[in-house]
Structures are given as C-alpha cells and as structure tokens.
Design a protein around this ligand. Structure first.
Ligand SMILES: [Zn+2]
Length: 50
C-alpha cells in the first residue's frame, strides 16, 4: 500500500512555534521558512491583543 491519505500533502515545520503542520503540496513556502496560520496572525501581538 503506497497510497496514503497524505497524498497531495506534506509536512512543514513552522519556524515560529517549531511544530509540524500538514500543508498542501501546492502551498508555497517562503525561503525564510514556513509559518503556520496560528503564528501568521501573531505578528503584531502587542497591538493586536487588548
Ligand atoms: Zn507556528
């Protein structure tokens, strides 16, 4: 069985939180590294919260 559910998907390690995330193979990852959706929205953590 070579076919698995992960077909079309791959793992990327978030450079911010260091966790592995399943992303689409079609997703583009910048040279600086993959940033997960959760960390992407935290760029302005000081001004965004409160
Ligand atoms: Zn992250």
């Amino acid at each position: 069985m070579s076919k698995q559910r992960t077909e079309g998907l791959r793992y990327e390690t978030c450079v911010v939180c260091g966790r592995q995330w399943i992303v689409s193979k079609l997703a583009t990852v910048p040279k600086s590294g993959y940033v997960c959706p959760g960390c992407t929205g935290r760029k302005n953590e000081h001004s965004d919260k409160h």
